[in-house]
Design a protein around this ligand. Structure first.
Ligand code: C5P
Length: 228
């Protein structure tokens, strides 16, 4: 039988984009496919974890053995994350929209003589930072993602400090890499270790292999930490 190193662990994962409503028929979105987050959910379930996958709108089927909650907006995603706690490990792979429309139209906005409507934006909650800084019920291992097109490691280090998470999975999403929407990923794993940061750099791999490798690292870390 396959080894089940995460048996008994609760793992929470966010994945996909969010959709931020403008009015009942329109929304703001981004190009996240959800593939990396779904691959991690599948790998964690294969490793024996109890997996809660909280997903924005994507075209992917629920992986075997995973409890899937579908959400639309960042605020829905945050609420679903709170509902899925407690967790031993929380992995924030979603591409959450930074902004939403300040006042969602209750009716479809009509074209009119006034010209295009002004869209006033307001900031969304930062789900990763919120959960990382929970005073009560913070998962013992919180992992964020950093998708960057330049200064990858510097930006990822800064993000690790700013968000208050334990690990950052940094990936280069420059258009030439084909990561966005593609099946491969080049990843650096930054792990806070006391006052310093340990970095694992992995070769280009499929998103499934990145998921497997990440789950293996998590299994090692939770084993070392003992029962959490
Ligand atoms: O700040 P930035 O969006 O680059 O941070 C990326 C990391 O933060 C990802 O792990 C993403 O899932 C998470 N995030 C979040 N909520 C937001 C914005 C980002 O959980 N509103």
């Amino acid at each position: 039988p396959p080894p089940r190193p995460l048996r008994g662990r609760r793992v929470l994962i966010t994945a996909g984009p969010t959709h931020e409503p403008i009015d009942p028929v329109r929304y703001i979105a981004n190009r996240s496919s959800g593939k990396q987050g779904y691959a991690i959910a599948a790998a964690a379930a294969r490793a024996g974890a109890e997996v809660a996958l909280i997903s924005g709108p994507v075209d992917l089927a629920a992986p075997d053995g995973v409890t899937l909650t579908r959400v639309e907006s960042a605020r829905d995603m945050l609420a679903a994350v709170h509902s899925a706690l407690p967790a031993d490990v929380a992995i924030f792979a979603a591409a959450v929209a930074d902004w939403r429309v300040a006042s969602e139209g209750e009716q479809k906005i009509k074209k009119g003589a006034g010209g295009p409507p002004p869209l006033q934006l307001t900031e969304n909650p930062d789900i990763l930072a919120t959960i990382s800084k929970l005073a009560d019920g913070r998962p013992p291992l919180v992992i964020g993602f950093a998708a960057e097109t330049e200064n990858l490691l510097d930006n990822a280090r800064a993000k690790l400090a700013r968000k208050g998470c334990d690990w950052i999975v940094a990936n280069d999403v420059s258009p030439a890499t084909g990561v966005m929407g593609g099946d491969r990923n080049t990843v650096h794993l930054l792990m806070k270790s006391g006052e310093s940061v340990e970095i694992d750099s992995w070769p280009v791999m499929t998103k499934d292999d990145v998921a497997r490798a990440l789950v293996q690292r998590i299994a090692q870390a939770t084993e070392q930490a003992g029962e959490v």
